[in-house]
Design a protein. Sequence first.
Lengths: 457, 32
Amino acid sequence: MSYTFFDRESTIAGPGFNRFMVPPAALAVHLCIGQAYAFSTFNLPLTKLIGLSQSAPGDWNLKELGWIFSIAIVFLGSSAAVFGRWVERVGPRKSMFVAALCFGGGFLVSAVGIRLHQLWIIYLGYGVLGGCGLGIGYISPVSTLIKWFPDRPGMATGMAIMGFGGGALIAAPLSVLLMANFKTATSNGVLETFVTMGVIYFMFMMIGVLSVRVPADDWKPSGWTAPAKPKQLVTTANVAVDQAWRTPQFWLLWVVLCMNVTAGIGVLGQASPMIQEMFPGKVTAPAAAGFVGLISLFNMIGRFFWASTSDYIGRRNTYMVFFLLGIVLYAAVPTTGHIGSTALFVAAFCVILSMYGGGFATIPAYLRDMFGTYQVGAIHGRLLTAWSVAGVLGPVLVNYIRQYQIDNGVPKAQAYSITMYIMCGLLLIGFLCNFAMRAVKANYYYHAPAAPQRAPA
Amino acid sequence: MKLRLAVLWIAVGIPLAWGVFKTLQNAMKLFQ
């Protein structure tokens, strides 16, 4: 039987293949799709496509444009859930290629929307098509990395998912640079920037497509043997995706991820106004932008640091740290505002955001511990629906409660206190779910179908 | 194989390092 270049069978690594070739392949994809976090860079320029220097009648407003990111995140979660099993079946090369086509194509379709000034085309391009690229791209290297690094699964997936955090750090200055470069008297350069970024991202993701390999079924790292007595909450069995989501463990993990992300994502979106309002007159708008950059950096670092740490202290303990330390830090934030300590405020949020990123990066290894490696990518895909929910819940909680407080006469500097205590409550729910985690019962295990027995001659 | 490994890591490392540098540069405004 012959296989095409994109088939899983064509990507099986030969003897002597260096497994450290795989993390950069995964990074090539995640560094691109992480651009999603920096999409807000385009919001203001997109409101001035007609007026150029300022919004003119007929220009889009920020509320309408906000939907582009929301649609993309919803499609990230849903495409990861729907296509997870397909990604497992066809392997990382084909799925990364499809992700590159969708993500790069999403930019190009959106460029058509900008050219025709039709917002629905951008919703369809970046939101739906790009969102599918985000979802498929996000999960495509995960199970491959776990199989290449059975000795350090947290570190391996942490390295890739760190790329998603790092992608925003690259995309934000890159977008500004390109828009400035393409700006003319008749265009603010957004259209050209979308086309350029679509092409660049497609080509960069192809580095991952071309270099990714899967290990042979019987491959193990040299000198490594699976521990004779597995650690607590680390299974040696496998659970198929259709069984996994029937287990209480899947839903406990869903809530664990949802609570951890909700707490972080709301703050990430409101970080700039929050620091300016909590420290009026002390923190300027450029300094607030610096704060956003700093916490984004900790979001990225936390992904690698916490996921790698989880290989030593265990996944459950890592999340215990996230929730307990998170509760302490969120509870301390209003106090930092009252005493006017910007340094303590910044330090608290750097740690909080590192744990937000760490939550994303540690979850694939947690899933592998609970459900085995058989369909871990597909299970991860379904779990990412928690991200979609948190992506709506977090910002709504922070924005609406703040507004409610202000409308009821609370000074802006204190309008975030209740929100912080609500975040503590969410983290407490996450803590309890993580505390309740037990090993999956054996009746959910997957048993490979026995090879057909030959009739005696 | 070692050369390919180095090229791959450099290919992803350079843009990432640039992004981190630009972010740190921006973050410095917080301490000014």
